[in-house]
Design a protein around this ligand. Structure first.
Ligand code: SAM
Length: 161
């Protein structure tokens, strides 16, 4: 598989899972985009969920100008500071869907990041809430349902609280 094939497969899995998750989620609860980046997946989420409140987390704003969330929904700063503040504000169990895409090319750093983020995100998920992520998370109170989706094993991950 070439690197181009690999990128295409990853992005296809990402889009397919976001489409699946936006059909699956509860009618109530907040939606989080953790890692706004260029704003591509945020744009996709808001097009699929036009009536939902979507909060985007980012530490260095570099999104396409058309994909910058309204100020009220943009949580600027390091997620290890902004997620606890968000939990204080909205409460544990307030989130119906969290999409997490904050990895880099450094796999060890990504593993550590996911390990540290796991309890923060798990605490925010409501009962039945979904975490969709570009890597595996360690969520003892959630079920890994990645294999129940049509996405190839190990390409993208889904957990249900
Ligand atoms: C791969 S990009 C996200 C791409 C995005 N999903 C898209 O489709 O355009 C990852 C983003 O996560 C952000 N990020 C990484 N670590 C972070 C942290 N600790 N706190 C906040 N943002 C972080 C980076 O600045 C980067 O913009």
């Amino acid at each position: 598989m070439t690197r181009l094939d690999s990128v295409i497969r990853r992005l296809t899995a990402q889009r397919d899972l976001l489409d699946w998750a936006t059909r699956e989620i509860d009618a109530h609860g907040l939606v989080l985009e953790v890692g706004l980046g260029n704003g591509r997946t945020y744009d996709h989420l808001r097009s699929r969920l036009p009536n939902r409140e979507i909060y985007a987390f980012e530490r260095a704003l570099a999104a396409h100008p058309d994909c910058i969330p309204p100020e009220k929904y943009l949580m600027m700063g390091d997620v290890f500071e902004t997620l606890p503040m968000f939990t204080e504000r909205f409460g544990a169990g307030s989130v119906a869907l969290a999409h997490v895409d904050i990895g880099t090319g450094d796999e060890e750093a990504n593993r550590q990041l996911a390990k540290r983020l796991s309890p923060l995100l798990e605490n925010l998920l409501q009962r039945g809430g979904l975490l969709v992520a570009d890597r595996a998370f360690d969520l003892p109170n959630c079920t890994d349902i990645s294999s129940q989706t049509n996405v190839a094993e190990g390409r993208y991950f889904v957990y249900r609280r």
